[in-house]
Design a protein around this ligand. Structure first.
Ligand SMILES: Nc1ncnc2c1ncn2[C@@H]1O[C@H](COP(=O)(O)OP(=O)(O)OP(=O)(O)O)[C@@H](O)[C@H]1O
Ligand SMILES: [Mg+2]
Length: 245
């Protein structure tokens, strides 16, 4: 684990609520609202680490999870997908909200949540309805949709496996927002169908024990490394302003 952390580990600074411009998009989506910020630069660093890994092995479907609720999975996944879409306009990129319990991607992007993954899996909507363009960008999005009664069953279904196959055939990069790993089996189930998982760790908050337990709970799903989220910029001497004088 330590060695993989070294390879994929990253440092995401805490983002002030005031960062970015006020619009329907959550200001914490700095990759879109404040691309010149230190935080956006860190998402680019993370993205290019994944790119380097892609030179060594296929890494199409990347899931983002964490041990506990509220560690920054959704903010990280959405920023990563937006970074990918900006970096490679010719690539087909998908952001999917696979948190069927508390899906927040739609709210973060300022789009409607339905129809989304739940409706795609229940057969209540077509792919053309469920896979939407984010604004006019090349980023495609599947929001969570209406929370089903048994999210784990739905995610473990044959339909979900078929959807994975379809995503692999139609996209170059897929970024999947997941629920926390300790309370639910969802991340382990989907993690095994992904090419790799990023484990978000909240700086100065997530107990080390919880991270170890989450790794166990993920039951051998491929973990690419950890992402340290909400770190204080001042705590990292390398993140000082470096602008043209
Ligand atoms: N780098 C950051 N800087 C400042 N605030 C952040 C950062 N990352 C996340 N947050 C804030 O922390 C809260 C939780 O973030 P987020 O929703 O991404 O976490 P999550 O792990 O997806 O939560 P859940 O387990 O409920 O799905 C949100 O209010 C979000 O805006
Ligand atoms: Mg979330």
């Amino acid at each position: 684990m330590e060695r993989t952390m070294e390879r994929a580990g990253n440092f995401l600074p805490r983002v002030d609520e005031a960062a970015g411009t006020p619009n329907a998009v959550d200001p914490r989506l700095v990759s879109l609202t404040a691309p010149a910020s230190v935080a956006a630069e860190q998402y680019r660093t993370l993205y290019y680490r994944l790119e380097r890994m892609r030179e060594l092995r296929p890494l199409k479907v990347v899931g983002v999870t964490s041990a506990l609720p509220g560690e920054g999975k959704t903010v990280s996944t959405a920023n990563l997908a937006l970074t990918a879409a900006r970096a490679n306009v010719e690539r087909r990129i998908l952001l999917i909200d696979a948190d069927l319990r508390r899906g927040q991607v739609a709210a973060m992007l300022g789009t409607r949540s339905r129809p989304g993954l739940a409706e795609l899996l229940s057969g209540d909507c077509s792919v053309a309805q469920g896979v939407r363009c984010f604004r006019s960008s090349c980023l495609k999005v599947i929001t969570a949709g209406r929370a089903p009664e048994e999210p784990t069953q739905v995610l473990a279904s044959a339909r979900m496996r078929q959807l994975f196959q379809w995503m692999r055939g139609h996209f170059d990069e897929v970024y999947m927002d997941l629920p926390p790993a300790l309370p639910f089996a969802d991340s382990a189930i989907l993690g095994h169908q992904s090419d790799g998982l990023l484990l978000v760790v909240r700086a100065n908050a997530t107990p080390a024990q919880a991270v170890h337990q989450a790794v166990e709970q993920l039951g051998g799903a491929p973990i690419l490394g950890c992402v340290l989220n909400r770190a204080e910029v001042g705590s990292n001497p390398y993140l000082k302003d470096y602008t043209r004088k």
